[in-house]
Design a protein around this ligand. Structure first.
Ligand SMILES: [Zn+2]
Length: 69
């Protein structure tokens, strides 16, 4: 696996959320070059957002129609 930022080598690592109250530890990846952290949840969220955003853009455009009623 390579880093999306710098294309560096990413190593598998246990990431623990020490800042939050929950002592949640997840499997993730850390970039050896820039130190970017990617955990399984982030990867899952990225996949979901990529998969869900496109259909939403197609079905419900944000720009309202300017045609007067
Ligand atoms: Zn990197």
């Amino acid at each position: 696996m390579t880093c999306e930022r710098c294309n560096g080598l990413m190593v598998r690592e246990q990431i623990c959320d020490l800042q939050g109250r929950s002592s949640l530890c997840v499997d993730g990846y850390r970039c050896l070059l820039c130190g970017d952290l990617v955990d399984a949840l982030i990867l899952e969220n990225r996949r979901r957002s990529i998969a869900s955003v496109e259909p939403i853009l197609f079905t419900s455009p944000r720009i309202p129609r300017l045609v007067p009623a």
